[in-house]
Design a protein around this ligand. Sequence first.
Ligand SMILES: Cc1ncc(COP(=O)(O)O)c(C=O)c1O
Length: 458
Amino acid sequence: MDLIAWLAGAAESVERWQAEYPPFEPHQSLLIDDERFAAAFAEFADRMRGNYPYFHPYYAGQMLKPPHPVAVAAYVAAMLVNPNNHALDGGKVTSQMEKEVVADLAAMFGFGTHLGHLTSSGTIANLEALYVARELHPGLGVAYSADAHYTHPRMCRLLGVEGTAVGADAAGRMDLGALDELLAGGSIGTVVATAGTTGLGAIDPVHEVLAIARRRGVRVHVDAAYGGFFTLLAGAEGRCGLDPLPWRAIADCDSVVVDPHKHGLQPYGCGAVLFADPGVGRFYAHDSPYTYFTSDELHLGEISLECSRAGAAAAALWLTFRLLPPEPGGLGKVLAACRRAALDWADLLATSDRLHLYQPPELDIVSYFPATAGTSLAAIDAASAKMLDEGMRDTEYPVFVSTLTVEADSFTWRHPGVVANRDRARILRSVLMKPESEHHVAALHARLEKLAELAESG
Ligand SMILES: Cc1ncc(COP(=O)(O)O)c(C=O)c1O
């Protein structure tokens, strides 16, 4: 795809539409001459060069990558119109697109009925799910795994709901025995299961969480902000296939969050929350004297806590789904490549003298630590930090990874030979969320082995 040509095409399509209306002169106050613009743009472009190269396969750090060119072209074309999906008054076309992509997401998770919308982030999407949780079970708390995203305890505080962390097991999944014990106390109204934890990509056993919760009349919300699209690999043949049980169980849960701005190829500003019971729309009921007047149909602001939201985000996802639908043969192929990359790297780590696998990857997050550093947490922590730093600073062959701080207990549980001479330690973590990674894993591995060797030599 020639992105530059498509960007021009996007702008031209909007100009053609605008030309259907009577012409007018732009206001003098908005005019910028080209020379001044060129100078300011050059400064801007220079500042932007300071970014880490998220687009490149040598960037194997956080959950970051550029959006797909299809999403960019649609986003630009829609942004030039600048619809607001709060109400049909502001986002007539893109609100309809949003309803269609939300229905696609609901179908991907197997929801029979649904009520949902896009949000500006996974954080806001989870906030909405926990808000509905509070309204349905006033006075009762929310439980989540100790490895769940930090947003859950934070949002519980914000909502005035008691949040309780349930311990994670040696694979980073919610401890079911501890959950059962907690729910027996009767103080919990909703459990959050994470399908793909942010740190390690672990999948809480949603099916078992659901069974335990339902026995006690407790609701289940699934935070699949990062992992949600991996449901496309559930039960797939071959080494990329995932155990279908946790993924299929999402269909019977009460709500789910997924972030198209993570694995859905979208630019930032695109999360989603879906509820199985459309009746929860009542908790959003409000009146607005300034909006909701152009149509009696559902305005998305009527079922959302946010007011203004970019219609462009819905447009970008809509066009992306037209070409790479959320199906095994569409977006699923992208996810499969990411997963293959993680499995290939795990194989290399398993036989390396210089690096050790922290735990086998369940999705596309690989966790590892320098073996050369010695066997104490302090040495591993220092060497990990050094490798992160040295990797980024190399001008010839830079490599970008991230660190993950793990508790001493979690570490020694997985690696009993390590001396716990501090409470926590940084290990290395790579999210291989670009499908191209599968062709660069061997080179990345070799580079990190070299960095581990350098870290050892001081
Ligand atoms: C599991 C999980 N939940 C929630 C979030 C927060 O999402 P956002 O960064 O879109 O606000 C993240 C972000 O990484 C996540 O991985």
